[in-house]
Design a protein around this ligand. Sequence first.
Ligand code: F6R
Length: 247
Amino acid sequence: MKIYKVKDYEEMSRKAANIISAQIILKPDSVLGLATGSSPVGTYKVLIKRYEKGDLDFSRVRSINLDEYKGLDSSNPESYAYFMRHNLFDHVNILQENTYIPDGTEEDIDRECDRYNSIYRQLGGVDLQLLGIGNNGHIGFNEPSDSFAKETHCVKLSESTIQANARFFDSIDEVPTHAYTTGIQSIMKARQILLIANGEGKAEALYKSLFGPITPQVPASVLQLHDNVSIVADEAALSLITDKGLI
Ligand code: F6R
């Protein structure tokens, strides 16, 4: 596991965009596993700038997102489909038909999970999976639980995740209670994983994930078992780890 300590959100975004750019340049038809939330917004901005300068070409890139709120359709500004269009897809030359995200409007959970799992299989595996991390150590929407989930499934969001994500909604009552998410086993199949984290709020989750016991109670701790993981985190997010002299 490589841990890159950076100064702040801006440097984290540049460094993460460098790693993703290298992937696209070296393999123009890369499959990127993408995340939403606050963490990757800056990374996506840097990627857009590089595309505008002519340094990056997304025309053969395929992307598959980690998760989507259940019950939100893609025109809802809080949906992850909308987020991806707004923060990345509408600004680069990726083909819409090459972007995949769970369908939040599908009521039939088994059908949607099967559909999404088969997309993962058709894509032939993810080359680079971008991840944020929840305050509770979740990755995707794999919340702390008694076992590691395998493939796509529908989860009940934990109270702490609902509270953390309420900032994007008008009121906490509007935050969906369930989401479709890629499972831990599917995330772990990615050839390379890039986890980004910033801010003190992530310090405990990051410490437990990188140096604590591997347990489904801290879902990101499973990343210790992957042999190609890069962590790009700012000083605040790494503060507990540096305080303990672990890096
Ligand atoms: C989003 C996702 C989540 C977020 C995590 C951190 O697609 O899968 O695991 O990465 O909740 O969110 P932010 O970046 O908003 O702190």
